[in-house]
Design a protein around this ligand. Sequence first.
Ligand SMILES: Nc1ncnc2c1ncn2[C@@H]1O[C@H](COP(=O)(O)OP(=O)(O)O)[C@@H](O)[C@H]1O
Ligand SMILES: [Mg+2]
Length: 153
Amino acid sequence: MYTRTLLSQSPEETHRLGIEVGKSLDAGDLVALTGELGSGKTCLIQGIAVGLDILNPKQVTSPTFTLINEYQGRVPIYHFDLYRINKLEELFDLGFEEYFYGNGVTLVEWAEKILDWLPPQRLSVYIKILSERQREIQLSTSQAKFERLFQSL
Ligand SMILES: Nc1ncnc2c1ncn2[C@@H]1O[C@H](COP(=O)(O)OP(=O)(O)O)[C@@H](O)[C@H]1O
Ligand SMILES: [Mg+2]
């Protein structure tokens, strides 16, 4: 298991971290984000999308009325926000495996809600609010491919 714990002092810093994470992602990867409302999951994902060369970064917002948004970067980007998910069936109805094990990068907010259904091969991100602008961001994974990213942060 590789783990890295960082301190972010601003949304910009979290966004920059996201860019570095995004650069290290390839088709088939999944990032599972956990952290309370307003902790910065979407902020980090906006950076990740930039790191994945998204054409229009402004389109990255938490899907409010749907569970998933899709963007085009150098690979397809599937952005799940499970805040409003009520039953696991809603996830099954989406055909989530097509996304999780597909040809794009999957980014999941509120990943803890579907822990049992997440692929074991994933990058997990836990964000903790320390103060108005301070966040503790912990990255962990069992995938050796992220070793270089972890060392560079
Ligand atoms: N260090 C920080 N990193 C990320 N967001 C921060 C930070 N400090 C303050 N914020 C603010 O916290 C909020 C995070 O919102 P958002 O990314 O939508 O959270 P979530 O998706 O987890 O609900 C934004 O308003 C952002 O400006
Ligand atoms: Mg969000």
